[in-house]
Unconditional design. Structure first.
Length: 362
């Protein structure tokens, strides 16, 4: 009977970042305890007890590896320079790559190599694999988080868009059916008011016609206001946040949005947001770290006006795994969404660049 509550507590603890950090710190400390006999025997004025306390204090810094990953890194460098202790630095380099990405992981790995190899003289065959592997695994996990976060956001956007489309469809039906009846009611009331021109009932018919017109006007206002609700789905105003998020995750994005494009309908803005999000997801998957350029503009001049979205990213030097950038269901899904609104979507390679262009009529 107490097993069910205990299992629930364990599940919550397993999903807690603090619990993960505590397990990581305990694991690091357990591994460092293996080095205590050697540290106590070395010429460093440490006994078994003091060596254990020093290593325990170092492992405790892993509890803040998410919020302040530079703290365990700095402590690990001290232990490397002082005791030639290489366990904590592996956890520290992984944490920097995992929670700060390549821009922090690579300089941190270089600093570690400078201390471990340049100052202590430890063999390169030992220190280089430790730094490179720990940092690379952390950065890979960081990129995987980016892809997962973009995929979750894409699913949420699709659900919100489906809800918005259903609401718009219901609103359109209400407008067509109820609006027609209100129009008929107003017209008939006006006819009856003319026929009852010389009777005491004329003011009543005129009031009925005026009430029907006001009701029809209120219905139109409500439908238009709900159809244009900017909170229904993300629009162009959400693109800067999306670009910044991708940049933090290691994929730099250069975003350009015409001021005129921000005035298009919310439905088209949602479609553009979906296309850009899908393209950034593909770039993070298949061309990690490569810059992405996103341009949203209104074109056409005196002719038919269109909303044009261009997303370009540099291709990797070697073929991506798995498959080329255009594989999977993302591209067909984007093409169907754009085609449903009367637009076109093309995706192709141009030299060393992969380009997606979506054009929606205005």
């Amino acid at each position: 009977m107490p097993l069910a509550p205990a299992a629930s507590v364990l599940r919550r603890a397993a999903a807690s970042p603090r619990a993960h950090d505590a397990v990581t710190a305990a694991s690091g400390f357990a591994l460092m305890l293996l080095d205590v006999p050697g540290l106590a025997a070395a010429d460093n004025s440490l006994t078994g007890l003091t060596a254990t306390l020093v290593l325990g204090a170092g492992a405790a810094t892993l509890l803040v590896r998410r919020r302040a990953p530079w703290v365990p890194y700095a402590v690990a460098l001290v232990l490397v320079a002082w005791l030639h202790e290489l366990t904590l630095i592996q956890f520290a380099l992984y944490s920097l790559g995992r929670f700060r990405g390549r821009r922090a992981g690579v300089p941190a790995a270089a600093g570690y190599l400078a201390v471990a190899y340049g100052m202590t003289g430890m063999p390169a065959a030992l220190v280089v694999p430790i730094g490179v592997l720990a940092t690379a695994v952390g950065v890979a996990a960081y990129r995987q988080d980016l892809v997962r976060e973009l995929q979750v956001g894409r699913a949420e956007t699709a659900a919100l868009h489906a809800v918005h489309e259903e609401r718009t469809s219901v609103a359109r039906d209400v407008h067509d059916l109820v609006g027609r009846e209100l129009t008929v009611l107003a017209v008939r009331a006006e006819v009856l008011a003319r026929r009852a021109r010389d009777t005491p009932h004329r003011p009543d018919f005129e009031e009925l016609a005026d009430t029907a017109r006001r009701a029809h006007h209120m219905l139109n206002e409500t439908i238009v206001r709900r159809a244009g609700d900017p909170g229904a789905t993300p629009g162009l105003d959400a693109l800067p946040a999306l670009a910044a998020q991708s940049g933090r995750m290691g994929t730099p994005v250069e975003l350009t949005v015409d001021a005129e494009a921000a005035r298009v309908s919310p439905l088209r803005q949602a479609a553009v947001h979906r296309v850009v999000r899908e393209c950034l997801t593909n770039a993070a998957k298949h061309a990690p770290g490569r810059p992405v350029t996103v341009t949203v503009s209104v074109t056409g001049g005196a002719g038919p006006r269109t909303l044009r979205t261009e997303v370009r990213n540099a291709l990797p030097d070697t073929p991506p795994e798995p498959g080329p950038l255009s594989t999977g269901t993302g591209l067909p899904s984007m093409r169907e969404r754009v085609a449903a609104m009367g637009g076109t979507l093309t995706a192709c390679r141009r030299g060393g660049v992969y380009e997606v262009v979506a054009v929606l009529p205005l």
